[in-house]
Design a protein around this ligand. Sequence first.
Ligand code: ISJ
Length: 396
Amino acid sequence: MRAITRPLSAFVDHLPDLNDVAGGDGMLFVRDGVGLAARGVAARVAIDDAVDLLASIDHDSTVDDAAPLALGNVPFIPGADGSLIVPEVVVVKRHDQAWVTAIDGADVATALAARPDPLPSSASWAIESIVDEEVYLRAVTAARDAVRGGELTKAVIARPIRVSSTTPIDVHAVIRRLKASFGSSYRYSIDGFVGASPELLVEVDGAVVRSHPLAGTTRRSGDVDTDRRLAEELQASEKNQIEHRVVIDDVHDRLLPWASYLDWEPEPSIVKVANVQHLGTRMEGMLSQPGPTVVELVRALCPTPALGGHPRDAAIELIRSVEGFERGRYGGTVGWVDANGDGTWAVAIRCAEFSDDRRSARLVAGGGIVADSEPLAELAETQAKFQAMLSAIVRP
Ligand SMILES: C=C(O[C@@H]1C=C(C(=O)O)C=C[C@H]1O)C(=O)O
């Protein structure tokens, strides 16, 4: 394969919005205006082979930092195949520069051409649980009992719902709404898998490695003082601190063997998203040289205990025996890797999987269960988390 990279300014005089480059049928991975949008499939590649394939591409570039890249998703189950896409055309935006890479002479002008604004439309909607509430509540209780019995320190229990519409759902409109409400989350759209995740699994940027695990959740109220009180209660809650500690220790222990240095916030801080607030701990370090690719770190970290639990194998076994559905892409990770092994991967949460005809979507949300978890409070937490995608999809 051959790739050509040029500054975006060689093709357009104003920077297009990445959401509009992706539209309803392209690909997107972006946060706060930094990220990429892509169109067309030049190749599909197993994640473990991606860096070798990308490095073998003959790359003609006038942009120093640019390298061919692939994006996609790794499912929740450890070791599951993740198939990435090498796009025909990809537009990359960083803080200070923007460029476009085209594979094998793909048509950049068509990829960048303005897409019509999504039209407002009205539909009738139905929302139904895919797994009965009773099954979910029993699963939470089973996880709590396993923690109380000393088999686990934490397991994450989730539940799926289906949203159906009488008319096809316009994914372009959905990603635009996610931008408006969840600009600082990792917003993604790949092969009908769309979401806005606040959680960074791992990022490799040269020798620098970063992760931002989240665990421990409370609602938001719409009122500043109430939100502050809820955040203080979250910080002071032993139950939530335990949920959080399990994740931080595990991510730290999995990253440390690759790092010459790893730093982290001494106390978890509050991460506010439009619908909920979380406990989060930023980690940043330097990779030992020669450094691992981001794919190796994805393999080491996925699924994070923020979505599985601890110990990992026992938690996943329990999840699979009590949850009553297959998680598939939910709870895995979504992101990109380039020919240098750099890349950014978010935890695949706050997501919707659209049917091929776009008339329905499966949404999944869950939460960490420890000894003091209350099943009905957990149900309410999933409802708050569902709001991220529901509010972007449902337009009566
Ligand atoms: C499981 C989800 O979110 C995860 C679980 C959290 C928790 O238990 O408090 C918080 C953030 C995420 O790591 C989800 O959104 O479905």
